[in-house]
Design a protein around this ligand. Structure first.
Ligand SMILES: *Cc1c(COP(=O)(O)O)cnc(C)c1O
Length: 639
């Protein structure tokens, strides 16, 4: 870094660029002039923002500890409105004759609050729900009261599921059974006859189109879901035989989640529209074309077909869907169907933010090597010191090779007992001084040797973060997914450290060491030094989809505290819902411990200690109250 550059004042603009917040923030997240992350959740009031650090202090003042999941209900409203407005615009632009009706797939975030909010705002647009299991259907029936909205039942259906769905039809719900496998039809026909209720039927098409991306096993011949073309024909035959072809009104497919490339989306529509046309020609009434989920979220803000991104906007998605459907169906002169999408990720991702504090940091010891070394310093260490002294911009690669060689030798000699602990520590210090010098020099090179490209990440700090990756970001741990992470304050200050994040579980996989970047992936995150007297807060953004119920209890870290926020038009906000996270007793009881019995047992152990004169009765009282306090407490790092 040249001196002029470091002398220039760091601005919030620089932070916006560094963390790419404008690119992934989708208008909801940005940085204020004072260097704080602000949230702008209302679609039509871009002038109304709330300040994240202020919200954090409000929550802390009320007694909630970090980590904390913050939900912005207004963002859910805004996303539903936006999806419908975009489709409306495309429908009128292309003069499409059908309508658009979305359904929200419950599995993407099953929290009651989400279903409640979506059905409330959804009513204005006849936005319905998609249920993939009995439990989800039962949840959907108690929240959906708009009879114009669709209720799409995917997943495997047993008799109980089918009976409930049939009665829902009788009560006036637009409840579709989507055939996922050939055998389901018999049971549906049998129950329909028995109860005297005609079902609304759909078929799920097994596409041959396959898309690039992470979760795209749903398409393609090897997909476990859906019917092949010949199975669909067999179903038509069966329906014809029992005079029920008029029940078949919907075609469904699902290409997979997070489809980054719009070309794959178009290709799948083309294939499915041919099948739709075929079904109409067979005499099925049809009327609904359900293209499943898959609309991607631009997590890294790169706007590319990279798997963490998408190469289209919402408006472009809607326009492409309408255009692709019209292109095929007009050719066959087929009436334009009602379009259903099952966008889950794109609907809920923006709505939650995970917040946590940094409770400690550690950096590599690159303090300078003492001028005078002990008399008995072994040659191997003196040799390494010689590498450090001789390092210039001309011999970086050579010094790097030598440093690695001596480091390995030193480790080996220590292992066999030829070096003392202090000698080994001195060797390590010299080694890291060399790496630091390499990193400083590499910045002045036009062409950097391959080995030295990432040399500065070798020096990065570890920031200990108060949350569990396993509980709160399962996709980050399980499939290396990248979410935007950044500090939520001090963004008018230059971040002077590079760090990876270690979580609070003591598992070596409990970390985040890959971060979003304009080009590819970054191996360290730029962060500020942590001040002695002030908490340092980071946020992980766009975590509303799939993360909450996939999380687990690794190291017995339970659900975090959750607070939901409604923002008012005057810029004030209310905490509308608070959900206290799991206590230590809660998480223990999930794995079959009984806190009452445990207390009893520990009390007996403490009594025994009195008898053995190890503690006094007063001490036992204090120990017991500490123990019980611990059971009632939060499993995370408390302040
Ligand atoms: C998971 C799933 C969805 C949701 O997909 P997103 O990519 O989150 O929009 C929709 N439909 C079906 C059948 C699914 O299994």
């Amino acid at each position: 870094m040249n001196l002029k550059h470091t002398m220039e004042r760091w601005t919030v603009e620089d932070s916006s660029d560094l963390y790419q917040i404008r690119e992934w923030g989708s208008g909801y997240f940005s940085i204020s002039e004072t260097g704080d992350v602000v949230v702008t959740p209302l679609r039509d009031r871009k002038d109304v923002s709330v300040n994240l650090p202020e919200i954090i202090s409000g929550i802390r003042a009320r007694g909630y500890d970090m980590p904390m999941l913050l939900r912005f209900e207004d963002i859910l409203d805004s996303q539903i409105i936006q999806i419908h407005e975009s489709f409306r615009t495309a429908i009128s632009k292309f003069d499409y004759k059908g309508e658009f009706k979305g359904v929200y797939p419950i599995k993407v975030n099953q929290q009651k609050q989400v279903i409640e909010t979506i059905t409330r705002i959804g009513k204005f647009y006849h936005h319905g729900l998609e249920a993939g299991s009995k439990a989800e259907l039962i949840a959907a029936l108690s929240f959906l009261d708009d009879k114009e909205a669709c209720l799409v039942c995917n997943g495997y259906k047993d008799r109980e599921f089918i009976d409930l769905g049939l009665y829902a039809c009788k009560m006036g719900f637009k409840c579709f059974f989507v055939l996922e496998m050939p055998g389901e039809l018999d049971l549906i026909l049998e129950r329909s006859k028995e109860l005297g209720i005609k079902p609304l039927l759909g078929v799920r098409l097994k596409l041959s189109t396959q898309a690039g991306g992470h979760w795209t096993e749903s398409g393609g011949d090897r997909s476990i879901f859906g019917l092949t073309i010949s199975q669909i024909i067999a179903a038509i035959e069966k329906l014809k035989r029992c005079n029920m072809l008029d029940c078949l009104q919907l075609l469904h497919y699902h290409l997979g989640s997070q489809i980054p490339n719009i070309r794959d989306i178009r290709a799948s529509i083309q294939e499915a529209c041919r099948v739709y046309a075929g079904l109409v020609l067979e005499g099925a009434p049809m009327g609904y074309f359900d293209l499943g989920g898959g609309m991607a979220v631009d997590y890294d803000g790169s706007h590319t077909n990279y798997m963490n991104s998408r190469n289209y906007t919402l408006d472009e998605y809607c326009a492409d869907v309408i255009e692709a459907i019209m292109e095929i169906l007009n050719e066959h002169d087929i009436a334009h169907p009602t379009i259903i999408t099952e966008s889950g990720r794109a609907t809920v991702a923006y709505y939650s933010v995970l917040l946590f504090n940094i409770f400690d940091t550690s950096s590599i010891d690159t303090d300078s090597v003492p001028g005078e070394l002990p008399e008995d310093t072994p040659d191997i260490i003196l040799n390494m010191l010689e590498v450090l002294k001789s390092l210039t911009i001309r011999n970086l690669q050579e010094c790097y090779n030598d440093a690695l060689y001596y480091r390995d030798e030193i480790r080996q000699m220590f292992k066999v007992g030829d070096l003392t602990m202090r000698q080994r520590a001195l060797g390590d210090k010299i080694f890291w001084n060399i790496i630091q010098a390499l990193s400083d020099n590499v910045k002045h090179l036009k062409v950097v040797p391959k080995d030295l490209i990432d040399i500065d990440t070798a020096l990065c700090d570890t920031y200990y973060a108060n949350f569990s990756v396993f509980q709160s970001l399962p996709d980050s741990w399980a499939i290396g997914y990248l979410f935007p992470v950044m500090p939520v304050h001090r963004l008018d200050e230059r971040p002077s450290r590079n760090a990876i994040l270690a979580d609070i579980t003591c598992d070596s996989d409990g970390k985040i060491d890959h971060f979003i970047d304009k080009q590819g992936v970054r191996r360290a995150l730029s962060l500020h030094t942590v001040k002695e007297d002030e908490d340092y807060y980071l946020g992980v953004f766009l975590v509303g989809a799939y993360q909450e119920t996939l999380g687990d209890l690794h190291n017995l870290m339970g659900d975090t505290n959750v607070v939901s926020i409604r923002v008012h038009e005057d810029g004030t906000y209310s905490f509308v819902k608070e959900i206290e996270g799991d206590t230590v007793a809660d998480v223990l009881s999930y794995v079959e411990y009984e806190p009452k019995t445990m207390t009893k047992q520990f009390r007996a152990t403490a009594e025994q200690a009195i008898r053995e004169n190890l503690i006094t009765p007063q001490e036992r009282r204090e120990i017991m109250s500490m123990y019980e306090e611990g059971l009632r407490g939060y499993p995370y790092f408390e302040q």
